[in-house]
Design a protein around this ligand. Structure first.
Ligand code: PSV
Ligand code: MN
Length: 424
């Protein structure tokens, strides 16, 4: 399903007066607003194919209806989000859930929706039907070389799918670890994983990147073989220049200082990608910015600081993606909210007066430093975010338009109420 462009124009006309009033006030209090708007227009966040349906929890799943039934429909849904906000021009696929039947046709379908293919994701955390070896006790870390080989081959196959789609990166997230003390020899698990990753790395095309995603726990509850940023950085450093750490916001132990992690990874030139979501307790996969918006802002503050230091392009220097799951919200509305929260945090961080902040830091003026950050966080930047959307051809209020056009009802009519998105 595609929206008629005239509906977006009509919607914007209805809201334009109020928007202009808010914008002109924002412009009076935010210096450099034109630069911020143009950076916001450039900034794009990839949508994961597995977040377009209702994920549920291990206790139950409550389908919302009209969920995408195949890769084509997942692309259409990601395209819808992009049409509404013009900030999500890429989709990230998970193999084997999203294996295309016809690569050229899928590529053209994505192009027709203004999308390209972001990082490819492998899956060695589940056993697939007819799979020879089981991943019950790990994949790349496994004590049995046959299991490791199967997992390595799978990752290489994922790279091949990605090459045909024009993707440029592979994200490896491993569920590998142990549930009980004594189950695993930590050093052997690390070495096995490293050797396996080296074989995958060797299959990467020259212009590709490999992202090593870490996670503190779950599904293993005693140890995880890529459990934190230190371990991920070790793998990435040992692998070589095409390997980077990927930070998923939900993959830390409670109260971890993620902004500091981000800052140091950037300093080392080893931060590669991001999975945005939010959490209260663990890997809750909630809407970005819904629980800890100040943390999201502080993370962006470090991202901008570190990227500017290395002269990196904000839009293209790192792989930006949402990785969330929706239990009770409409997935498309939830993703629209996430993108909005990310854009707001990015825009707020762009307003930080870095020169004065540096002076405050040099003078140990703690109060001033806090004032600078909180001033940026508490300034209502939303009119600039809306203006960027408007100029890029999106809707001033994407969720309001999504509801007004009865998009979900239309999708249910087209696809049915009981559909299940392939994958999670
Ligand atoms: C694991 O929790 C994770 O964050 C990884 O990125 C996976 O690939 C994704 O979720 C989907 O299972
Ligand atoms: Mn993730």
């Amino acid at each position: 399903m595609k929206l008629e462009e005239s509906k977006i124009i009509e919607h914007n006309q209805d809201l334009i007066n109020l928007h202009q009033a808010k914008l002109s006030f924002a412009k009076t209090i935010i210096p450099d607003h034109e630069t911020i708007i143009s950076k916001l227009i450039d900034f794009q966040i990839a949508i994961p194919s597995w977040a377009l349906g209702n994920g549920g929890t291990r206790f139950g799943r409550f389908p919302g209806g009209g969920e995408p039934r195949n890769l084509e429909e997942k692309i259409e849904d990601a395209g819808l989000i992009h049409q509404l906000n013009r900030s999500g021009n890429a989709i990230s696929l998970h193999i084997p859930w999203d294996i295309p039947k016809d690569y050229q046709a899928i590529k053209s379908h994505a192009e027709a929706h203004g999308l390209r293919f972001d990082a490819m994701n492998s899956n060695t955390f589940q056993d697939q039907k007819d799979q020879k070896e089981s991943y019950k006790y790990g994949s790349l870390q496994h004590v049995n070389p046959a299991v490791r080989k199967q997992a390595i081959d799978h990752n290489i196959e994922v790279i091949r799918h990605g090459i045909k789609l024009g993707s440029k990166s592979l994200t490896v997230w491993l569920a590998d670890g142990s549930c009980f003390p004594g189950q695993l020899n930590f050093r052997q698990a690390f070495q096995n994983t490293l050797e396996s990753l080296k074989e995958i790395y060797a299959a990467l095309p020259d212009d590709w990147k490999m992202f090593v995603e870490y996670k503190a726990y779950e599904p293993n509850f005693y140890s995880t073989t890529v459990g934190d940023w230190g371990q991920s950085l070790l793998y990435a450093s040992k692998l070589g220049p095409k390997a980077y750490t990927l930070v998923d916001l939900g993959h830390h132990l409670p109260n971890a200082n993620i902004e500091q992690i981000v800052s140091l990874l950037l300093m080392e030139g080893k931060l590669g990608g991001f999975h945005f979501n939010d959490s209260k307790y663990g890997d809750d996969d909630l809407t970005a910015g819904s629980i800890k918006p100040y943390q999201l802002f502080l993370i962006f503050n470090e991202l901008i600081d570190g990227m500017d230091e290395r002269k990196m392009n904000h839009a293209t220097g790192l792989a930006w993606m949402i990785d969330a799951s929706h239990n009770i919200k409409d997935p498309l509305e939830d993703l629209l909210q996430s993108v909005e929260a990310i854009m707001i945090a990015y825009a707020q961080a762009l307003t930080v007066d870095r020169k004065t902040l540096k002076e405050a830091q040099q003078n140990n003026d703690v109060v001033r430093a806090q004032e600078i950050l909180q001033n940026s966080f508490r300034t209502d930047i939303r009119p600039l975010v809306a203006e960027a959307r408007l100029r890029a051809g999106g809707a001033l209020d994407p969720i309001a338009l999504f509801r007004k056009l009865n998009v979900r009802e239309e999708l249910i009519r087209e696809r049915g109420r009981e559909t299940i998105a392939s994958g999670l």
